[in-house]
Design a protein around this ligand. Structure first.
Ligand code: FMN
Length: 193
């Protein structure tokens, strides 16, 4: 079959990786708390567990994380996509997004940051300082993690019949993908000796 390899505009090339699950970052410092959407989040290390998030230097979230050294990283499900878009389209510098979008929170276990009740997984993170940074990334050590047992337990995802409980993946312009069905394979047998 002939495959046409369509050029991708370089300034949009990161969208090819965007369907890792979209996340929501919560932050707080000195009596002020905030919440934003972040597609750019990835694992960095197993033990101790570390993650990387990219948080624009112009965001209130960045200011609060730099001041407090901690953040909450959670996964919204499809049923929470509209709220995810809302917290990614408004800045906490202008509006209290928790009350504007009716977002329930609960206290974190190990950090002083509100965690979002409407999400399905939660990670509490402490920033690992990295003075060499020239980019907007933040490295966090995960100091607590928990998940909604309807979709994750015994170290496995198990999305069931409820489409609203699937993680989702942001593309652009309000378009998301929902995570698809799991499938199993065995390793392909090769001819290498
Ligand atoms: C789905 C979605 C994903 C986003 N991903 C990121 C991201 O990875 N990094 C980032 O800096 N901004 C990202 N944004 C934009 C921020 O969420 C947006 O700038 C937000 O208004 C910042 O809020 P704050 O100023 O209250 O911190 C995303 C927006 C949306 C809607």
């Amino acid at each position: 079959m002939k495959v046409t390899r369509e050029p991708v505009t370089l300034s949009r090339a990161t969208q090819l990786l965007n369907h890792g699950p979209v996340t929501i970052i919560t932050s707080a410092h000195s009596g002020r708390s905030n919440v934003m959407a972040a597609s750019w989040a990835m694992p960095l290390d197993f033990d101790p567990p570390k993650v990387v998030v990219v948080v624009d230097s112009r965001t209130l979230t960045r200011q609060l994380i730099e001041a407090s050294g901690v953040f909450g990283l959670q996964l919204p499900s499809r049923g929470f996509a509209a709220q995810t878009l809302a917290v990614g389209s408004n800045t906490g510098a202008e509006v209290d997004k928790f009350s504007a979008f009716d977002l329930d929170t609960f206290p974190a276990q190990n950090i002083d940051v509100p965690m979002l009740a409407g999400c399905i997984t939660w990670m509490e993170c402490k920033v690992i300082p990295d003075d060499s940074q020239r980019h907007d990334l933040i490295i966090g050590e995960v100091v607590a993690a928990y998940a909604d047992s309807r979709v994750y337990s015994n170290n496995r995802w198990h999305f069931g019949d409820d489409p609203d409980l699937r993680t989702c993946h942001y593309v652009a312009g309000g378009t998301f993908f929902a995570t698809g069905d799991a499938f199993e394979v065995t390793p392909a047998s090769g001819s290498a000796q």
